[in-house]
Design a protein around this ligand. Structure first.
Ligand SMILES: Cc1ncc(COP(=O)(O)O)c(C=O)c1O
Length: 338
């Protein structure tokens, strides 16, 4: 007998602002798989799920989270969104698009942690943020980001707005619901998936998927390649957010031993290019015609390639790479590729 999982009922009850059809295509990465097999590696069946193509202004994983976050903001009578992140935050760009599409004002508090070049400072996501009508507040690397967010909220209130703060990366128990739904989508797609591989930053995508698979009693495992913090801090963040997300849906509990993360592809730090990332972005572009980004999916693919080269998968395993987007960031990293 098939029963509708309790968590799906919970999702349909939540306030939600729809941003189009978010269901994303899954297709095999056959040419990449063949190229790796030709180099003598034991290669699993490789698939990709194209969340880079869904939703808001250039695509990416934040649209799924923002449907629940903006739904909550509108239900509370908000008139403005405020969020924060790095200069080239994809989350900020998609929040600006969500605000524009919902008739809300938007302030983005962007911290300059990396000193790169004029393309990093003015192209890619920042250019799109401005185009989407967001107000940008720049914060120096040594300033406190949450103080700057408080000031942005106060300034909007003085102007008569009712601001709603979207957390960094859209990662809280409301935003993660978007990826609980994605877990349902993967299970319902009928594609044989044993493991989902993704970039783990602020953790909401990873936590949402893990909560969704746990709520569904699915055997699909999740492996996150760290792009923001080291393995220990990432594991803690994913475990805590998964527990919080799952608690809204069911009385099942996350088994901490199922939180799998690897930080060997992070390199010197968040947003800093690595040789492995450059190779991964080029290889996927040139075998599959698929663009990855330099900060998230490029490093996650570098991690996946390393696992394959180390023989860590069986040929029978079906590995689904979640493409979480970020392509506008490529235009801010041109010099890293030259
Ligand atoms: C393109 C892209 N991929 C992956 C991530 C990581 O997702 P999360 O922050 O939910 O871990 C982000 C977050 O900003 C992103 O922009």
């Amino acid at each position: 007998m098939t029963t509708t999982p309790v968590s799906l009922h919970e999702l349909t009850r939540r306030p939600r602002r729809r941003f189009g059809t978010l269901t994303s295509e899954v297709h095999p990465l056959s040419r990449l798989q063949a190229a790796l097999a030709d180099s003598g590696h034991r290669v699993p069946n490789l698939w990709i799920k194209r969340d880079d193509r869904v939703g808001l202004a250039g695509g990416g994983n934040k649209a799924r989270k923002l449907e629940f976050l903006v739904g909550d903001a509108l239900a509370r009578g908000a008139t403005a969104l405020v969020t924060s992140g790095a200069v080239q935050s994809n989350h900020a760009r998609q929040t600006a698009a969500a605000a524009a599409a919902s008739g809300l004002a938007c302030t983005l508090v962007l911290q300059r942690k990396l000193s790169r070049d004029v393309e990093y400072d003015a192209c890619g996501n920042v250019f799109l943020d401005e185009l989407l009508g967001a107000r940008i507040v720049s914060v120096a690397a040594d300033e406190d980001l949450s103080d700057a967010v408080h000031r942005a909220v106060a300034s909007l209130e003085e102007q008569g707005h009712r601001p709603y703060v979207v957390p960094v990366g859209g990662s809280n128990a409301t935003g993660s619901l978007g990826y609980v739904e994605c877990a349902h989508e993967i299970v319902a797609s009928g594609v044989p998936v044993d493991r989902v591989v993704l970039a783990t930053g602020s953790s909401g995508t990873h936590a949402g998927l893990l909560s969704g698979f746990t709520a569904l009693d699915s055997d699909i495992s999740v492996l996150g390649f760290c792009v923001y913090r080291d393995a220990e801090a990432t594991r803690e963040a994913v475990t805590a957010l998964s527990a919080e997300t799952l608690a809204q849906l069911t009385d099942r509990r996350i088994d901490p031993s199922t939180v799998a993360v690897d930080d060997l592809s992070l390199g010197p730090g968040y947003g800093v290019p690595t040789t492995e990332m450059l190779e991964a972005v080029r290889l996927v572009a040139q075998t599959e015609g698929v663009l990855l980004d330099p900060v998230y999916t490029g490093k996650a693919m570098a991690g996946l390639l390393r696992w394959i080269r180390e023989g860590r998968f069986s040929e029978q395993e079906n590995v689904l790479f979640l493409h979480t987007g970020g392509i506008p960031g490529l235009f801010a990293y041109r010099t890293a590729f030259s």
